[in-house]
Design a protein around this ligand. Sequence first.
Ligand SMILES: Nc1nc2c(ncn2[C@@H]2O[C@H](COP(=O)(O)OP(=O)(O)OP(=O)(O)O)[C@@H](O)[C@H]2O)c(=O)[nH]1
Ligand SMILES: [Mg+2]
Length: 219
Amino acid sequence: MYHLVAGLYAEFTKKPTYNALLIGLKGSGKTWILERLRHDYLRGRAPSQRLPPTIGQNVLDVPYRRTILHLWDLGGSAAMRSLWDQYLPDAHVIVWVIDAPRWASDTAVADELGRSYRAAVFESLFPVIAEASARAQPVCVVVTQLDELASDRAAPLVREVETSVTAEWTRRLDDTSLDGTLTPIWSFQGVSAATGDGIEAMLDVVFRQAQTFATQAGS
Ligand SMILES: Nc1nc2c(ncn2[C@@H]2O[C@H](COP(=O)(O)OP(=O)(O)OP(=O)(O)O)[C@@H](O)[C@H]2O)c(=O)[nH]1
Ligand SMILES: [Mg+2]
C-alpha cells in the first residue's frame, strides 16, 4: 500500500521537464552560461577560467516555474559536432551561442578552416536551423560575452546579429534547394555569463519557447 501511495504521490508531483540543447562554435561561451545558471539558480560557483573545453557533454537541471529545464551543453569543436545530431531530435528548444567579441572582430578561426568567425557561424548554424525548422523546434540565438564590449555597443550588436542571421537565412533559402516554406521560430538574446546580465531574461525566453513547443508537440 505504501509503495502504491508513494508511487501515486511521485507521479502526481512530477514536474514537467523541458530539454534545452546548447550548441555553438568552440569557445563561444556555452559552458560559462551553464555555470552561470548553476551559480544563479543552484548556488554553484561562478564560472572561472579553469573550465576546460568540453569533451562530450555537461548536464544541468534548472528548476524554473514549477518545471525542470534540462540543459545539455555539448562541446563545440568540429570533432564533437557529430554528437549534436544525436541530441537534436529530443530538444524542446535549441540554444545557439555566439561570442560577441569574435563576431564584432570577425577574425579568421583556425579550427574552422580559416573561415571568418561569422562565416563559420553561418556554416554550422544553418543546417541546425533547417533541421529544427522542419520539426518546428524553436531556436534561441544567444549573443554572449557582452561584458567585453563597451556598454553602448552591446544592444546594437545583438540587433546586428539578428539582422545578419535572418538576412543570411533568407538569402540561403533563395539560393538552395531548402524548402522555402521552412520558417524558423527564433529569438535573439544578449547576455554576459561573467556578470550575469541578461541571463534571467534569456532563461525565461528559453523556457517559454520550450514549453510552447512541448505543448504543441504533446511531448
Ligand atoms: N568576459 C567573458 N568571457 C567569457 C564569457 N563566457 C565565456 N568567456 C570566455 O570564453 C572562454 C570559453 O568559454 P566556454 O564556456 O568554455 O566555451 P564553450 O562554448 O563551452 O567551448 P567548448 O566547450 O570548447 O565548445 C572562457 O574560458 C572565458 O575566457 C563571458 O560572458 N564574459
Ligand atoms: Mg564547453
